[in-house]
Design a protein around this ligand. Structure first.
Ligand code: KG4
Ligand code: ZN
Length: 337
Protein backbone atom coordinates (compact mmCIF):
# COMPACT_ATOMS: atom_id res chain seq x y z
CA UNK A 1 0.00 0.00 0.00
CA UNK A 2 1.21 3.49 -0.83
CA UNK A 3 0.38 6.43 1.41
CA UNK A 4 1.59 9.76 0.08
CA UNK A 5 1.67 12.97 2.09
CA UNK A 6 1.60 16.05 -0.16
CA UNK A 7 1.89 19.80 0.35
CA UNK A 8 0.44 22.40 -2.04
CA UNK A 9 1.33 26.07 -1.54
CA UNK A 10 1.72 27.47 -5.05
CA UNK A 11 -0.65 30.43 -4.65
CA UNK A 12 -2.90 31.52 -1.79
CA UNK A 13 -4.10 28.26 -0.25
CA UNK A 14 -2.07 26.11 2.12
CA UNK A 15 -3.09 22.49 1.74
CA UNK A 16 -1.80 19.18 3.07
CA UNK A 17 -3.27 15.80 2.14
CA UNK A 18 -2.74 12.10 2.67
CA UNK A 19 -3.82 9.90 -0.27
CA UNK A 20 -3.81 6.09 -0.50
CA UNK A 21 -2.72 4.47 -3.77
CA UNK A 22 -3.12 7.73 -5.73
CA UNK A 23 -6.93 7.74 -5.49
CA UNK A 24 -8.39 7.29 -2.03
CA UNK A 25 -8.33 10.59 -0.13
CA UNK A 26 -7.66 9.93 3.57
CA UNK A 27 -7.42 13.67 4.31
CA UNK A 28 -7.27 16.92 2.33
CA UNK A 29 -6.98 19.92 4.65
CA UNK A 30 -7.08 23.45 3.29
CA UNK A 31 -6.22 26.73 5.00
CA UNK A 32 -7.69 29.44 2.79
CA UNK A 33 -6.13 32.90 2.64
CA UNK A 34 -9.27 34.44 1.17
CA UNK A 35 -9.75 36.91 4.03
CA UNK A 36 -6.12 38.01 3.89
CA UNK A 37 -6.24 39.03 0.22
CA UNK A 38 -9.92 39.97 -0.27
CA UNK A 39 -9.48 43.60 0.75
CA UNK A 40 -6.78 44.03 -1.93
CA UNK A 41 -8.93 42.43 -4.66
CA UNK A 42 -6.16 39.97 -5.58
CA UNK A 43 -3.30 37.88 -4.19
CA UNK A 44 -0.38 39.84 -2.66
CA UNK A 45 2.65 37.50 -3.04
CA UNK A 46 4.56 38.66 0.06
CA UNK A 47 1.48 38.32 2.26
CA UNK A 48 0.73 34.91 0.75
CA UNK A 49 4.22 33.59 1.61
CA UNK A 50 4.02 34.83 5.20
CA UNK A 51 0.54 33.39 5.69
CA UNK A 52 1.69 29.98 4.34
CA UNK A 53 4.44 30.01 6.95
CA UNK A 54 1.90 30.48 9.75
CA UNK A 55 -0.59 27.96 8.34
CA UNK A 56 1.59 25.09 7.20
CA UNK A 57 2.25 23.36 10.54
CA UNK A 58 -1.32 23.34 11.87
CA UNK A 59 -2.49 22.18 8.41
CA UNK A 60 0.06 19.36 8.42
CA UNK A 61 -0.99 18.22 11.87
CA UNK A 62 -4.67 18.28 10.95
CA UNK A 63 -4.02 16.30 7.76
CA UNK A 64 -2.15 13.56 9.64
CA UNK A 65 -4.76 13.45 12.38
CA UNK A 66 -7.69 13.22 9.96
CA UNK A 67 -5.90 10.51 7.99
CA UNK A 68 -5.30 8.62 11.23
CA UNK A 69 -1.60 8.13 10.55
CA UNK A 70 1.84 9.44 11.48
CA UNK A 71 4.84 10.34 9.32
CA UNK A 72 6.25 6.87 10.05
CA UNK A 73 3.34 5.35 8.10
CA UNK A 74 3.87 7.54 5.04
CA UNK A 75 5.52 6.01 1.90
CA UNK A 76 6.72 9.31 0.38
CA UNK A 77 6.48 13.08 0.76
CA UNK A 78 5.50 15.28 -2.21
CA UNK A 79 5.20 19.00 -2.87
CA UNK A 80 4.31 21.38 -5.68
CA UNK A 81 7.57 22.80 -7.09
CA UNK A 82 5.89 25.11 -9.66
CA UNK A 83 4.57 26.93 -11.55
CA UNK A 84 3.43 29.42 -8.91
CA UNK A 85 4.50 32.25 -6.63
CA UNK A 86 8.10 31.63 -5.60
CA UNK A 87 7.78 32.80 -1.99
CA UNK A 88 4.71 30.59 -1.52
CA UNK A 89 6.27 27.54 -3.19
CA UNK A 90 9.38 27.88 -1.05
CA UNK A 91 7.39 27.35 2.14
CA UNK A 92 5.74 24.09 1.02
CA UNK A 93 8.90 22.70 -0.59
CA UNK A 94 11.09 23.53 2.43
CA UNK A 95 8.67 21.77 4.78
CA UNK A 96 8.39 18.75 2.45
CA UNK A 97 12.19 18.47 2.17
CA UNK A 98 12.61 18.70 5.93
CA UNK A 99 10.00 15.99 6.58
CA UNK A 100 11.40 13.68 3.89
CA UNK A 101 14.95 14.11 5.17
CA UNK A 102 14.14 13.67 8.86
CA UNK A 103 11.83 10.69 8.35
CA UNK A 104 14.03 9.25 5.59
CA UNK A 105 11.26 9.10 2.94
CA UNK A 106 11.46 9.60 -0.84
CA UNK A 107 10.79 13.21 -1.88
CA UNK A 108 8.65 13.71 -5.01
CA UNK A 109 8.55 16.99 -6.97
CA UNK A 110 5.17 17.65 -8.59
CA UNK A 111 4.25 20.10 -11.33
CA UNK A 112 1.06 21.98 -10.40
CA UNK A 113 -0.51 21.31 -13.83
CA UNK A 114 0.19 17.60 -13.51
CA UNK A 115 -1.57 17.89 -10.16
CA UNK A 116 -4.70 19.37 -11.73
CA UNK A 117 -4.78 16.60 -14.34
CA UNK A 118 -4.39 14.00 -11.56
CA UNK A 119 -7.30 15.56 -9.61
CA UNK A 120 -9.53 13.66 -12.04
CA UNK A 121 -8.22 10.33 -10.63
CA UNK A 122 -9.25 11.15 -7.05
CA UNK A 123 -12.10 8.94 -5.88
CA UNK A 124 -12.70 8.01 -9.52
CA UNK A 125 -12.13 5.10 -11.90
CA UNK A 126 -10.70 7.17 -14.77
CA UNK A 127 -7.68 5.70 -16.54
CA UNK A 128 -5.80 6.98 -19.61
CA UNK A 129 -6.24 7.51 -22.50
CA UNK A 130 -8.43 10.60 -22.17
CA UNK A 131 -8.64 14.23 -23.25
CA UNK A 132 -8.26 16.69 -20.39
CA UNK A 133 -9.51 20.26 -20.51
CA UNK A 134 -7.48 22.15 -17.91
CA UNK A 135 -9.09 25.46 -16.98
CA UNK A 136 -7.64 27.49 -14.11
CA UNK A 137 -6.65 31.02 -13.19
CA UNK A 138 -3.42 30.73 -15.16
CA UNK A 139 -4.12 28.10 -17.84
CA UNK A 140 -6.60 27.03 -20.51
CA UNK A 141 -5.19 23.92 -22.14
CA UNK A 142 -6.20 20.74 -23.94
CA UNK A 143 -4.05 17.78 -22.88
CA UNK A 144 -4.12 14.41 -24.56
CA UNK A 145 -3.33 12.07 -21.66
CA UNK A 146 -2.23 8.86 -23.41
CA UNK A 147 -0.74 7.14 -20.35
CA UNK A 148 0.00 8.14 -16.76
CA UNK A 149 2.77 10.71 -17.11
CA UNK A 150 2.55 10.80 -20.87
CA UNK A 151 0.63 13.78 -22.13
CA UNK A 152 0.60 15.95 -25.25
CA UNK A 153 -0.42 19.59 -25.30
CA UNK A 154 -2.97 19.72 -28.15
CA UNK A 155 -4.09 23.33 -27.77
CA UNK A 156 -4.18 26.27 -25.40
CA UNK A 157 -5.27 29.85 -25.01
CA UNK A 158 -3.38 32.35 -27.12
CA UNK A 159 -3.91 35.11 -24.58
CA UNK A 160 -5.81 35.19 -21.26
CA UNK A 161 -6.72 32.09 -19.26
CA UNK A 162 -10.46 31.65 -18.82
CA UNK A 163 -10.27 31.87 -15.00
CA UNK A 164 -8.32 35.11 -15.24
CA UNK A 165 -11.06 36.56 -17.50
CA UNK A 166 -13.77 35.45 -15.04
CA UNK A 167 -11.91 37.24 -12.24
CA UNK A 168 -11.29 40.38 -14.31
CA UNK A 169 -14.88 40.71 -15.58
CA UNK A 170 -16.24 40.01 -12.08
CA UNK A 171 -14.00 42.73 -10.61
CA UNK A 172 -15.11 45.25 -13.25
CA UNK A 173 -18.74 44.38 -12.52
CA UNK A 174 -18.06 45.11 -8.86
CA UNK A 175 -18.80 41.55 -7.71
CA UNK A 176 -15.76 41.28 -5.42
CA UNK A 177 -13.11 38.63 -4.92
CA UNK A 178 -12.67 35.83 -5.88
CA UNK A 179 -14.62 36.63 -9.02
CA UNK A 180 -15.17 33.24 -10.67
CA UNK A 181 -17.54 31.64 -8.16
CA UNK A 182 -19.39 34.95 -7.55
CA UNK A 183 -19.99 35.49 -11.25
CA UNK A 184 -21.09 31.85 -11.58
CA UNK A 185 -23.67 32.28 -8.80
CA UNK A 186 -25.19 35.42 -10.36
CA UNK A 187 -25.14 33.93 -13.87
CA UNK A 188 -27.41 31.11 -12.70
CA UNK A 189 -30.16 33.66 -12.06
CA UNK A 190 -29.75 35.54 -15.36
CA UNK A 191 -30.85 35.25 -18.99
CA UNK A 192 -27.92 33.93 -21.08
CA UNK A 193 -29.50 35.04 -24.36
CA UNK A 194 -29.99 38.71 -23.38
CA UNK A 195 -26.64 40.00 -24.72
CA UNK A 196 -24.58 38.72 -27.65
CA UNK A 197 -20.87 38.40 -26.94
CA UNK A 198 -18.24 37.24 -29.43
CA UNK A 199 -16.69 33.78 -29.80
CA UNK A 200 -13.13 34.33 -31.00
CA UNK A 201 -11.84 32.57 -34.11
CA UNK A 202 -8.31 31.17 -33.86
CA UNK A 203 -6.01 29.93 -36.58
CA UNK A 204 -5.27 26.59 -34.94
CA UNK A 205 -8.51 24.64 -34.44
CA UNK A 206 -8.01 23.79 -30.74
CA UNK A 207 -6.47 27.00 -29.50
CA UNK A 208 -8.70 29.47 -27.70
CA UNK A 209 -8.67 33.22 -27.20
CA UNK A 210 -10.49 34.98 -24.38
CA UNK A 211 -9.19 38.55 -24.51
CA UNK A 212 -11.88 39.52 -27.08
CA UNK A 213 -14.63 38.23 -24.79
CA UNK A 214 -13.09 40.15 -21.90
CA UNK A 215 -12.95 43.42 -23.87
CA UNK A 216 -16.48 42.98 -25.27
CA UNK A 217 -17.87 42.27 -21.78
CA UNK A 218 -16.21 45.38 -20.35
CA UNK A 219 -17.46 47.46 -23.29
CA UNK A 220 -20.98 46.11 -22.73
CA UNK A 221 -20.79 47.19 -19.10
CA UNK A 222 -19.69 50.72 -20.09
CA UNK A 223 -22.50 50.94 -22.65
CA UNK A 224 -25.14 49.73 -20.18
CA UNK A 225 -23.90 52.19 -17.56
CA UNK A 226 -24.17 55.02 -20.09
CA UNK A 227 -27.73 53.94 -20.85
CA UNK A 228 -28.48 53.90 -17.12
CA UNK A 229 -27.50 57.58 -17.07
CA UNK A 230 -25.38 57.58 -13.95
CA UNK A 231 -27.45 54.96 -12.09
CA UNK A 232 -25.92 51.59 -11.16
CA UNK A 233 -26.80 48.55 -13.24
CA UNK A 234 -30.05 47.00 -12.05
CA UNK A 235 -29.66 43.61 -10.33
CA UNK A 236 -31.44 41.88 -13.25
CA UNK A 237 -29.21 43.52 -15.88
CA UNK A 238 -26.15 42.49 -13.88
CA UNK A 239 -27.36 38.88 -13.71
CA UNK A 240 -28.09 38.87 -17.46
CA UNK A 241 -24.59 40.22 -18.26
CA UNK A 242 -23.07 37.46 -16.07
CA UNK A 243 -25.24 34.78 -17.69
CA UNK A 244 -24.42 35.99 -21.21
CA UNK A 245 -20.69 36.06 -20.42
CA UNK A 246 -20.79 32.60 -18.84
CA UNK A 247 -22.76 31.05 -21.70
CA UNK A 248 -20.26 32.40 -24.25
CA UNK A 249 -17.20 31.26 -22.28
CA UNK A 250 -18.62 27.76 -21.82
CA UNK A 251 -19.77 27.47 -25.44
CA UNK A 252 -16.24 28.43 -26.60
CA UNK A 253 -14.58 25.83 -24.37
CA UNK A 254 -16.93 23.00 -25.27
CA UNK A 255 -16.82 23.64 -29.03
CA UNK A 256 -13.01 23.37 -28.91
CA UNK A 257 -13.12 20.33 -26.64
CA UNK A 258 -15.43 18.53 -29.05
CA UNK A 259 -13.35 19.46 -32.12
CA UNK A 260 -10.12 18.40 -30.42
CA UNK A 261 -11.64 15.14 -29.25
CA UNK A 262 -13.02 14.22 -32.65
CA UNK A 263 -9.72 15.00 -34.39
CA UNK A 264 -7.75 12.81 -31.98
CA UNK A 265 -10.32 10.08 -31.41
CA UNK A 266 -10.75 10.27 -27.63
CA UNK A 267 -13.75 8.59 -26.02
CA UNK A 268 -13.14 9.83 -22.48
CA UNK A 269 -13.02 13.43 -21.27
CA UNK A 270 -11.90 14.97 -18.00
CA UNK A 271 -12.18 18.60 -16.95
CA UNK A 272 -9.83 19.94 -14.26
CA UNK A 273 -8.68 23.21 -12.65
CA UNK A 274 -10.56 25.87 -10.68
CA UNK A 275 -13.01 26.67 -13.49
CA UNK A 276 -14.09 23.00 -13.61
CA UNK A 277 -16.13 23.89 -10.50
CA UNK A 278 -18.27 26.13 -12.73
CA UNK A 279 -21.93 25.09 -12.68
CA UNK A 280 -22.68 25.87 -16.33
CA UNK A 281 -19.51 24.17 -17.60
CA UNK A 282 -20.30 21.02 -15.60
CA UNK A 283 -23.92 20.97 -16.74
CA UNK A 284 -23.26 21.66 -20.43
CA UNK A 285 -20.27 19.29 -20.59
CA UNK A 286 -22.38 16.52 -19.05
CA UNK A 287 -25.16 17.07 -21.62
CA UNK A 288 -22.71 17.22 -24.55
CA UNK A 289 -20.80 14.11 -23.45
CA UNK A 290 -24.05 12.21 -23.08
CA UNK A 291 -25.14 13.25 -26.57
CA UNK A 292 -21.80 12.16 -28.08
CA UNK A 293 -21.49 8.93 -26.09
CA UNK A 294 -18.35 10.17 -24.31
CA UNK A 295 -17.49 9.17 -20.72
CA UNK A 296 -17.01 12.40 -18.78
CA UNK A 297 -15.05 12.65 -15.52
CA UNK A 298 -15.48 15.75 -13.39
CA UNK A 299 -13.56 16.08 -10.11
CA UNK A 300 -15.61 16.58 -6.94
CA UNK A 301 -15.87 20.35 -6.40
CA UNK A 302 -13.36 20.28 -3.53
CA UNK A 303 -10.73 18.83 -5.86
CA UNK A 304 -11.22 21.46 -8.63
CA UNK A 305 -9.49 24.44 -7.03
CA UNK A 306 -5.99 24.13 -5.62
CA UNK A 307 -5.60 21.30 -3.11
CA UNK A 308 -2.91 18.89 -1.93
CA UNK A 309 -4.83 15.66 -2.65
CA UNK A 310 -4.31 16.19 -6.39
CA UNK A 311 -0.57 16.69 -5.75
CA UNK A 312 -0.42 13.39 -3.85
CA UNK A 313 -2.18 11.64 -6.74
CA UNK A 314 0.23 13.09 -9.30
CA UNK A 315 3.14 12.03 -7.07
CA UNK A 316 1.83 8.46 -6.97
CA UNK A 317 1.98 8.32 -10.78
CA UNK A 318 5.44 9.95 -10.98
CA UNK A 319 8.19 7.46 -11.81
CA UNK A 320 10.45 7.14 -8.77
CA UNK A 321 13.66 8.03 -10.65
CA UNK A 322 12.09 11.42 -11.40
CA UNK A 323 11.02 11.70 -7.80
CA UNK A 324 14.50 11.25 -6.36
CA UNK A 325 15.74 14.11 -8.59
CA UNK A 326 13.54 16.34 -6.41
CA UNK A 327 16.41 16.85 -3.97
CA UNK A 328 18.27 18.81 -6.65
CA UNK A 329 15.20 20.42 -8.28
CA UNK A 330 14.48 24.12 -7.93
CA UNK A 331 11.11 25.76 -7.50
CA UNK A 332 9.89 27.61 -10.61
CA UNK A 333 7.49 30.49 -11.26
CA UNK A 334 6.31 29.96 -14.84
CA UNK A 335 6.10 27.29 -17.50
CA UNK A 336 4.04 24.28 -18.40
CA UNK A 337 4.56 20.52 -18.10
O1 KG4 B 1 -6.97 25.96 -10.13
P1 KG4 B 1 -7.14 27.20 -9.34
O2 KG4 B 1 -7.62 27.07 -7.91
O3 KG4 B 1 -5.83 28.03 -9.28
C1 KG4 B 1 -4.95 28.13 -10.36
O4 KG4 B 1 -4.13 27.19 -10.54
O5 KG4 B 1 -5.09 29.13 -11.08
O6 KG4 B 1 -8.13 28.12 -10.17
C2 KG4 B 1 -8.55 29.36 -9.72
C3 KG4 B 1 -9.47 29.96 -10.77
C4 KG4 B 1 -9.83 31.41 -10.45
O7 KG4 B 1 -9.68 32.18 -11.61
C5 KG4 B 1 -11.30 31.29 -10.03
O8 KG4 B 1 -12.05 32.46 -10.28
C6 KG4 B 1 -11.77 30.15 -10.91
O9 KG4 B 1 -10.70 29.23 -10.84
N1 KG4 B 1 -13.01 29.54 -10.39
C7 KG4 B 1 -14.19 29.60 -11.06
C8 KG4 B 1 -15.15 28.95 -10.25
N2 KG4 B 1 -14.52 28.52 -9.11
C9 KG4 B 1 -13.21 28.89 -9.23
N3 KG4 B 1 -14.50 30.13 -12.26
C10 KG4 B 1 -15.77 30.02 -12.68
N4 KG4 B 1 -16.74 29.44 -11.95
C11 KG4 B 1 -16.49 28.88 -10.74
N5 KG4 B 1 -17.46 28.29 -10.04
ZN1 ZN C 1 -4.25 25.53 -9.69
Amino acid sequence: MSLILAIESSCDDTSVAVVKNGRRVRSNVLASQLDVHARYGGVIPELAARTHLEAVHPTLEAALQQAGCTLDDVSAVAATFGPGLLGSLLVGVSVAKTLAWWWNKPLIAVNHLQGHIASTYLESTLEPPFLCLLVSGGHTQFWGVDAYNQQRLLGETLDDAVGEVYDKVARELGLGYPGGPLLDALAQQGDPTRYRLPIAKTKAAYDTSFSGLKTASLRLKTQLLAEAEGEELSPQVLKDVCASFQATAVRTLLAKLQACSEAHGYTQWAIAGGVSANSELRQQATALAERLGISLFLPQRGFCTDNAAMIASAAYYTPLHQGTAAWEADIFATGSL
